[in-house]
Design a protein around this ligand. Structure first.
Ligand SMILES: [Cu+2]
Length: 181
C-alpha cells in the first residue's frame, strides 16, 4: 500500500517538476532567439567592415551632421592592437561637414593643437607641427565615407583624448577618451 502511495507522490513530483521546467524554459527560449537574432545582425556588420580591413581589435565609431561621436569612451589594454573604423553617416557636403578621428598623446595642449589643425587644410586638418602628438588618425571623411586605422594603443595607462579636428567640431563637443588600463 505504502509503495503505491510513494509512487503516486513521485509521479506528482515529476509532473509538477516538468511543468516548472516548461515555464522556466520559456524565457530562456525567448532570450536564445533574441541572442540568435542579434548575433545575425552583428555578423552582417562585421562582414561589411571586412571590405575595409584591419587586423587589430575592431572598434567602430560613427558620426553624423550633429557633430558627435557615437562613442565617447573606448577601453583598451596598454599596447593593444586596435582597428578603429570611423563612419560618416551624415549627408552634408564634405566642405562644410567632414569628420576625422584623431587620437592624441597624453598632455597635448588641446587648444594649441586645434588652432593649428584649423589652419592645416592641405593635410586634412592634421597639423605637421603636432605630428608627434598624434597616436593615430583616420582620413577626413565626407558623407557616407568610412576609413579604418590600425595602430597600437598607448602603453601608458590613463586617459587619452580623441577628437575630430575639422574646424569648429571640437568646440561643440566632438571628442572622447580612450581609457588605457
Ligand atoms: Cu567632425
Amino acid at each position: 500500500m505504502t509503495g503505491v502511495k510513494d509512487r503516486k507522490r513521485e509521479a506528482n513530483y515529476t509532473a509538477s517538476d516538468m511543468n516548472f521546467k516548461r515555464i522556466a524554459l520559456l524565457p530562456l527560449l525567448a532570450s536564445a532567439l533574441l541572442l540568435a537574432a542579434c548575433g545575425g545582425s552583428k555578423d552582417a556588420g562585421s562582414s561589411s567592415a571586412s571590405a575595409n580591413p584591419g587586423d587589430g581589435r575592431p572598434i567602430e565609431i560613427s558620426a553624423d551632421d550633429k557633430m558627435m561621436f557615437s562613442l565617447s569612451e573606448i577601453r583598451a589594454k596598454p599596447g593593444e592592437k586596435l582597428s578603429v573604423t570611423l563612419v560618416n553617416k551624415g549627408s552634408m557636403p564634405k566642405q562644410t561637414m567632414a569628420h576625422n578621428w584623431v587620437l592624441l598623446i597624453q598632455g597635448t595642449n588641446l587648444t594649441d593643437f586645434n588652432n593649428a589643425a584649423a589652419m592645416a587644410v592641405s593635410t586634412e586638418y592634421i597639423p605637421d607641427k603636432f605630428k608627434d602628438a598624434v597616436v593615430a588618425h583616420t582620413r577626413l571623411l565626407g558623407p557616407k565615407e568610412r576609413d579604418t586605422v590600425t595602430f597600437t594603443a598607448p602603453t601608458t595607462p590613463g586617459r587619452h583624448l580623441f577628437i575630430c579636428s575639422f574646424p569648429g567640431h571640437l568646440q561643440v563637443g566632438m571628442k572622447g577618451v580612450m581609457v588605457v588600463e
